[in-house]
Design a protein around this ligand. Structure first.
Ligand code: PEP
Ligand code: MN
Length: 339
């Protein structure tokens, strides 16, 4: 892949001419029309592209190859942060986005009660799993479509957009009917059929990092989704496997800083799965924001002792409300704000 960086004053006509020239030579185009300047990504076998010819076209500043294995996801391709609205707020901009709710939707009353509680505490997006990837086939597998309906009802009542996991390509259209954001779970990060399906859906996606995945592998998976022209992709660090046993996973704070540097995509932190214990959720959430995360996703349950999944790492609504208050103060010190 090569990228054509247009001059700041390049006209529409000059941009169209570059696109037309590349398309005529059989290349696919990925356009990044930023506030500052336009970058035209030319995808295909570079050897067939006459770089100098394009460089001489009016309005072109320079033509550079993208050397990283991920292309559209890379900062070179799009130096400006990707920002897009979800409900009433922008993700990836100055505002920190807070997603909260139970690990699983367990009943109509549970999700509606929790939705009101997290909204009251300051959350912007409601989470809740209807299809659950459980380590054991004998554990609660989620409520399925019934759970999706309750999530939609909770959105009706509170106005909070909804994020929920989708586990198989065939279910993408159904889940997309109910959810505002499709979550790809850690266990499915490299499920390429699923990545293609959510890419084609053109719905906002939250891509969790696999528990034993390199950052580069994670970014390559984002590239799968982006390659379908679906630009509304968020990355989510949720902890990785290490030798440590006191916590369920080791939250990789480095990954936040690295992903923010390597890509233009919003990066969300999941301190709930990242630690596995509610006591550590608030401190790690704060660390992630300090490291540059664009938001957090946190498990909250009104009665964690009775939760059908992930009770040990779920915050009670009061504790979650305290975290949101703390984040409001912390946000200022990193030039962010909690809307
Ligand atoms: C979840 O969000 O409840 C979940 C299953 O997360 P992960 O895929 O990160 O384990
Ligand atoms: Mn969970």
């Amino acid at each position: 892949m090569m990228i054509v960086i247009m001059e700041a004053q390049a006209t529409m006509k000059e941009k169209s001419a570059v696109i037309a020239r590349a398309e005529a030579q059989g290349f696919k185009i990925h356009l990044s029309d930023g506030k500052e300047r336009t970058i035209i990504g030319i995808i295909g076998n570079e050897r067939n592209l006459d770089k100098e010819q394009i460089e001489r076209m009016p309005g072109v500043e320079r033509v550079v190859p993208v050397l990283k294995p991920f292309k559209v996801a890379s900062r070179e391709f799009n130096p400006e942060d990707t920002v897009f609205p979800i409900g009433q707020h922008d993700v990836g901009g100055k505002d920190l986005i807070i997603m909260a709710g139970p690990c699983s939707v367990e009943s109509r009353s549970q999700i509606i009660e929790t939705a009101h509680a997290v909204k009251e505490a300051g959350a912007h997006i409601l989470r809740g799993g209807a299809y659950k990837p459980r380590s054991s086939p004998y554990s609660f597998q989620g409520m399925g479509e019934e759970g999706l309906k309750y999530l939609a009802e909770a959105r009706e009542e509170t106005g909070l957009p909804v994020i929920t996991e989708v586990m198989e390509p065939a279910l993408v259209p159904l889940v997309a009917e109910y959810a505002d954001i499709l979550q790809i779970g850690a266990r499915n990060m490299q499920n390429y059929a699923l990545l293609h399906a959510v890419g084609k859906s053109q719905q906002p996606v939250l891509l969790k990092r696999g528990m034993s995945s390199l950052i580069e592998e994670w970014l390559m998976c984002a590239e799968y989704i982006l390659s379908h022209g679906n630009t509304r992709v968020m990355l989510c660090e949720r902890g990785i496997r290490t030798f440590e046993k006191y916590t369920r996973n080791t939250f990789d704070i480095n990954a936040i800083a690295v992903a923010k540097q390597m890509t233009h995509l919003p990066v969300i932190a999941d301190p709930s799965h990242g630690t596995g214990k509610w006591e550590y959720v608030a401190p790690v959430a704060k660390a992630a924001v300090a490291a540059g995360a664009d938001g957090i996703i946190v498990e909250v349950h009104p009665h964690p002792d009775e939760a059908l999944s992930d009770g040990l790492q779920s915050l009670k609504p009061e504790k979650f409300a305290k975290l949101v208050e703390d984040l409001k103060r912390l946000a200022e010190s990193v030039d962010r704000s909690v809307p």
